[in-house]
Design a protein around this ligand. Structure first.
Ligand SMILES: *Cc1c(COP(=O)(O)O)cnc(C)c1O
Length: 397
């Protein structure tokens, strides 16, 4: 490898800043300056972390749980997570298959870093979560995206996957429910995709961070539960951030076949060591008080569902906008291509003229769309949708 003339490495030079964090930062700055911003940019629940989790963390802190624990996670937490996944139909796992990492983002990144070598390809269905291609690049891998538009319900087909696989393909990334589209694949759809991957001998990173946030009778399925062969090829990443409004706690979960989990733990042992010890005690409360955990999720889920319907109806009522009312996560991904503006220009003008913050679709590998998060108040949704409608009425179609 030749040296470059920059103080920065090829890794730093090649990685793009997170556009979702950038939109959020800009909206927060405008807000701080006194502007009445309607923010649809944030990818985080607007709830507080449930009290029983906060209490467990405070108790741990006061009990002196402030020292290092094993890098892969608090043993009791790993065991509780393994049991939880076993009860959900995961096969051949125990606590040695579980790694607790500093955030679901880190869980995904360490999985990629542990499995993808320079020059290997990772297939990423678009619209995709902004971080996947950058993570693959940071591992020296090559991201290859395959696209499914709103016409396809934002779902890739087994045939599409098949034609994207090359001898260099190492991994496929699946995200259901999806960020940014909110789409949830059915078990049958996933099974057909998983079959293609298994036939080709490639691995699947299944990002299931939005697993519990499904609406209208949709259910999220875990490819790792499909068969023993699938269990040997699927690495499941998840975390506490979205389900329990714990974004700031930085706690992610990976469930993987033993040798892969061990490799992830090894990398984490050199890169960060354990996640914050008392934060892990907070997370442990989720498994020790399952009734409270279930109730907390249900409050948030029903609230998100109500906002989802309100926002989707409002978006579809705007001439020129069409929105697939997906049934998962807390995002909608309306099509704004009829206005003839790039998604970046659309989002920039919308923020400037109407103080409405959205994320341009191009950030997710999908031009002609914008992402709106409905993890915000009913009031902001109503006001924001009115402003968006007014903005659209000023554009040529
Ligand atoms: C939010 C999110 C994560 C992980 O978030 P953390 O805050 O790092 O736990 C992972 N994948 C997707 C698709 C997400 O939207």
């Amino acid at each position: 490898m030749h040296t470059n003339n920059s103080p920065l490495s090829t890794w730093a030079l090649n990685v793009s800043p997170s556009p979702t964090l950038a939109v959020d930062a800009k909206a927060k700055a405008l807000k701080a300056a006194g502007a009445d911003v309607c923010g649809f940019g944030a990818g985080e629940p607007d709830f507080d972390t449930p009290e029983f989790i906060r209490e467990a963390c405070k108790k741990a802190l006061d009990a002196g749980k402030t020292r290092y624990v094993p890098a892969a996670g608090l043993p009791a937490l790993r065991k509780a997570i393994a049991n939880d996944y076993l009860s959900k139909g995961f096969r051949n796992i125990d606590e040695s298959c579980v790694v607790v990492s500093p955030g679901g983002k880190m869980s995904c990144y360490l999985t990629i870093l542990s499995m993808v070598s320079p020059g290997e390809e990772v297939i990423i269905p678009a619209p995709y979560w902004v971080s996947y291609p950058e993570m693959v690049k940071l591992a020296g891998g090559i991201p290859k995206s395959i696209f499914a538009s709103d016409k396809e319900g934002f779902k890739i087909t087994p045939e599409q996957l098949k034609s994207a696989i090359t001898p260099k393909t190492k991994m496929l990334i699946l995200t259901s429910p999806s960020n940014p589209t909110g789409v949830v694949y059915t078990r049958e759809e996933l099974a057909a995709i998983v079959e293609v991957a298994l036939e080709a001998g490639i691995y699947i990173l299944s990002d299931e961070i939005y697993e519990v946030l499904v609406y209208d009778g949709a259910t999220a399925s875990s490819p790792a539960t499909f068969s023993d062969e699938a269990a040997a090829h699927v690495i499941t990443c998840s975390g506490f951030a979205k389900a329990y409004a714990m974004t700031g706690w930085r706690l992610g979960i990976t469930v993987a076949p033993k040798p892969i989990a061990a490799a992830i733990a090894r990398l984490q042992g050199q890169m960060s060591s354990n996640c914050t010890t008392f934060a892990q005690y907070g997370a442990l409360a989720v498994y020790e008080q399952p009734e409270k955990a279930k109730a907390a999720i249900e409050v948030m889920r029903t609230t998100f569902d109500r906002r989802r319907k309100t926002l989707c109806d409002a978006l579809n009522a705007i001439p020129g906008v069409s929105c697939h009312c997906s049934r998962g996560a807390f995002y909608l991904f309306p099509n704004i291509s009829s206005f003839g503006l790039s998604s970046v220009d659309f989002a920039a003008q919308l923020l400037e003229k109407e103080l409405v913050a959205v994320v341009p679709g191009s950030a997710f590998g999908a031009e002609g769309y914008i992402r709106l998060s409905y993890a915000t108040s009913d009031e902001v949704i109503k006001k924001g949708a009115e402003r968006l409608a007014r903005f659209c009425s000023t554009l040529k179609k």
